[in-house]
Design a protein around this ligand. Sequence first.
Ligand SMILES: [Zn+2]
Length: 322
Amino acid sequence: MTETLLALLWRLSETDEPIFLWGRQAACHFGPAFDRLLASGVLQECPPATEWDPCVDCSCGADARIIQFREGASWALCPHDRHRDTRLEDHDLRSFQVHPDSLVGLIADALAQRKGLSLLMPGVWLIEPSEDPAAIVVVPSRGTLSQTGLEGMLREARSGDLLLLAPSIAATERLRFTRAGIRTAPLAATTSMSSVGLLTVTLPQMAVEADAHPALTVFRGARRVAWGDRQITLSDQPTRLLAALIEQAKTPRPHLTARDVEDVIYGSLAPTTARPGRDIVRELRDALTRGGLNRAEVGSLIRREGNRGWRLDCQGTMRVEP
Ligand SMILES: [Zn+2]
């Protein structure tokens, strides 16, 4: 199967600008969709070529060949041997510059969110929908995507649900973003173009229920908590506290007082080095924040309610694994 025009453009957009589409590559895609991309500025035609690649298997040593028009056609001339001249097709002389920013603009248009489109940093676009709480970040270039700390910069710029549309990446690479609570989807898979050049965007269905109410699972032995997509490692006491909060949340009296927390951690024989319950709660909250949740999320997940103490306010399912 030949690559679609849109897939070709996304693939070219993975490299650094300026990006060129050669007439020979483009020829099989000429038609209404192509014309529309020209009209919308995604593609910009360059002046016709005046030089051609040097001939293969030739010792003429020329870096480039002159193009000449003769006998009703264009020819790339070999300075040494006329028999090596190459006859060129009309489309060979054409080339187009690809503008990824305009291509990203078409995504915003397809989502009817052109007003919400902004450039977050070079090569990184944010589409902030007016009503949907989820925002979309588009990064067509691989170089930009692999930039160290990109996930942190994105998180700083926008909290909440974030969907990153980018070139397809390996699972190990995707983990960087997943850990920061950023969902990812490949550009080529989420966009398609009709034969007349109308772009359609199909965003991956996030399990709305599941993501609005992420499941919370504590793995006691592994000292790890999974909250939705996020995996956070905890130390011993916060792990035990979180497990206790989960168990308690399932009872009619879901709160743990500072004293209860101390009992959970130390039992009836508190050592002299025992820390007050609120310190352990703080340690748990800090660990969750370091793990990628924001303070507000943590504050509403582990809620302090007056002198009744703390309770876990989790709408999703909660489990404690051994
Ligand atoms: Zn030659």
